[in-house]
Design a protein around this ligand. Structure first.
Ligand code: DMJ
Length: 451
C-alpha cells in the first residue's frame, strides 16, 4: 500500500513536470473546437435519447426526470453555453422549444436551491444574451412561485416548495441552500423592478451569516424554524460552498457593501481555521464551527471551486497554491474523486459526477494571471475528461475514479458548466467579457447592466 502511494506521488510529480514542458504546445483554437464538438456530442445524445426530459442517461440511452414531470433542466441549463459557443441556430431552436414547453404551474414540491441555480439562473442569463422578454417572463413566474419558501419564522428559506400551491417542507437546510439565492433573485429584482426578490434573498443570506459562531464559522446544517445548527461541521465543501461564493459575488454584481463586509469577515475565519498547510502545500480541511478544532483532512471535487473565489477576491497567492493542490488530487488517478484525504492520500469517495469546479478555477486563474501553465493544466483535465467519461451517447459519471467504471447519469450542469468553462478557457478572450460578468454558481453569466 505504502509503495503504491509513493508510486502515485511520483506520477503526480511527473505530471506537474510534464505540464511545465508542454506550455508551448497548447493549440487553443483546436482545443476550443474540440470542446465545442464534444458539447454537441453530449447535447445531441440528450436530444436523441432524452428530449423533453430533464437529463440524459448515457449508458441506457434513456432519460431521468427529477420530479413526476420534467422541468427541462438540460435545455435551460445548456442554453447560454450554446450562445457562448456561437451555436446560434441550435440555441434559437432550443429557446423556442423552452418557451413553448416550459410551464411552472405544476403540483410539484421542488428543491428550491437547484431550481434557482439551474433554471432561474439559466433563464436570466439567456434573457440577457438574447433580450427575449418571454424568458424574463418565465423567470418572473418561477421566482414568484418560489417566494413562499422564505416564509419561515426566521426568513431562512425552507428547502422545498410546491410550485403550484406554495406549500413548504423540509426545515433542515444548510448555508449553501439558504445563501445561494441572491445573484438570481437580485437580478430578477433589477430586471423586473420588483424589489421583493432582492429583499427576501438578501435577508436569507444575512440571517445565515448572523448565525456564524463566535469564531466566525458557519456549520453544515441549520433548522430554518429554530435557527439551531444541527451539524456544526465547518468547511468550504458540499452544503456550505456557494454560500461563501455568493457573499463575494453579490458585492461584485450589485455593489452591495454589506455582502463585502460579510465576505471580509468570513474569509479571515476560513483562512485561520480551515486552511491547512501540509508540507508546503495549501489545502482547506474541516473544523468544528464552535471550537475551530480540525475534524477532517479532506478536500474534493466540489471544494475545487475555492481557488476561483480566492482569485476573484484578489488573493492570487493562496488561489495558485490551492489550485496546485486540486491538480495534484486530480493526477493521482488521472481524474479527481469526490473526496480525497490530503493527509493520508486515500480516496474517501471515489465517484466523479463530471464536476466543473476544478475547470472553473483553472479558467479564473488563467484570466487573472495569463500564465500558460493554466492552459496546459486545462488541456490535461480536458484530455482525461474525454478519455474516461465519453460514451457513444454523451458523457457519463464515473462510479469510481480508481476503476473508471461508469454510471448511467449526465447531470445538466455538465452542459451549463463543465463544457462552458473548458470552452472559455481555450476560446479567444473576446468570447465573453470576463471582467463584466458574474457567474452564478451554475456558471450562468450575469451582466452588470440592468436593461
Ligand atoms: C452545480 O450544480 C453547482 O456548481 C453547485 O454549486 C454545486 N454542484 C454542481 C456542480 O458540481
Amino acid at each position: 500500500m505504502k509503495r503504491l502511494f509513493i508510486l502515485l506521488i511520483a506520477a503526480a510529480i511527473l505530471n506537474l513536470g510534464a505540464l511545465s514542458q508542454s506550455f508551448a504546445k497548447i493549440d487553443r483554437k483546436a482545443a476550443a473546437e474540440s470542446v465545442k464538438a464534444e458539447f454537441l456530442h453530449a447535447w445531441n445524445g440528450y436530444k436523441k435519447h432524452a428530449w423533453g426530459n430533464d437529463d440524459l442517461k448515457p449508458l441506457s440511452k434513456s432519460h431521468h426526470n427529477w420530479y413526476a414531470e420534467p422541468l427541462l433542466m438540460s435545455p435551460v441549463d445548456g442554453l447560454d453555453t450554446m450562445y457562448i459557443m456561437g451555436l446560434r441556430q441550435e440555441a434559437d431552436a432550443t429557446r423556442e422549444y423552452v418557451k413553448k414547453t416550459l410551464n411552472f404551474d405544476k403540483d410539484l414540491s421542488v428543491q428550491k436551491f437547484e431550481i434557482v441555480i439551474r433554471l432561474l439562473g439559466g433563464l436570466l442569463s439567456s434573457y440577457q444574451i438574447t433580450g427575449d422578454k418571454e424568458l424574463l417572463k418565465l423567470a418572473d413566474d418561477l421566482g414568484r412561485r418560489l417566494l413562499p419558501a422564505f416564509e419561515s419564522p426566521t426568513g431562512l428559506p425552507y428547502k422545498h416548495v410546491n410550485l403550484r400551491t406554495g406549500k413548504v417542507s423540509t426545515p433542515i437546510s444548510n448555508p449553501a441552500e439558504t445563501g445561494t439565492l441572491l445573484i438570481e433573485f437580485g437580478t430578477l429584482s433589477k430586471l423586473t423592478g420588483k424589489p421583493i426578490y432582492y429583499e427576501k434573498a438578501k435577508r436569507a443570506l444575512v440571517e445565515t451569516y448572523k448565525r456564524r459562531s463566535p469564531i466566525g464559522l458557519v456549520g453544515t446544517r441549520i433548522n430554518v424554524e429554530t435557527r439551531q445548527w444541527t451539524n456544526t461541521g465547518s468547511h468550504v465543501s458540499a452544503e456550505i460552498d456557494s454560500y461563501y461564493e455568493y457573499l463575494f459575488k453579490c458585492w461584485k454584481l450589485f455593489g452591495d457593501k454589506q455582502c463585502k463586509a460579510m465576505w471580509d469577515d468570513s474569509i479571515i475565519a476560513i483562512n485561520k481555521y480551515l486552511a491547512d498547510d501540509v508540507n508546503g502545500e495549501l489545502w482547506y480541511g474541516h473544523a468544528d464551527m464552535v471550537t475551530g478544532k480540525r475534524t477532517e483532512t479532506t478536500w474534493g471535487a466540489l471544494d475545487a471551486f475555492f481557488p476561483a473565489i480566492l482569485a476573484l477576491s484578489g488573493d492570487l497567492d493562496r488561489a495558485k497554491r490551492l489550485q496546485d493542490s486540486s491538480f495534484k488530487m486530480w493526477n493521482f488517478h488521472g481524474i479527481e474523486p469526490e473526496v480525497y484525504n490530503y493527509k493520508t492520500g486515500q480516496v474517501e469517495h471515489a465517484g466523479y459526477p463530471l464536476r466543473p469546479e476544478i475547470v472553473e478555477s483553472t479558467h479564473y486563474l488563467y484570466q487573472y494571471t495569463k500564465d500558460p501553465k493554466y492552459l496546459a493544466m486545462g488541456k490535461k483535465l480536458w484530455d482525461d475528461f474525454v478519455k474516461h467519461c465519453r460514451t457513444d451517447a454523451g458523457y457519463a459519471h464515473l462510479k469510481s475514479v480508481v476503476t473508471k467504471e461508469k454510471n448511467d447519469a449526465m447531470q445538466s450542469f455538465v452542459l451549463a458548466e463543465t463544457f462552458k468553462y473548458f470552452y472559455l478557457l481555450f476560446a479567444p478572450d473576446k468570447t465573453l467579457d470576463f471582467r463584466n460578468v458574474v457567474f452564478n454558481t451554475e456558471a450562468h453569466p450575469i451582466k452588470r447592466t440592468w436593461e
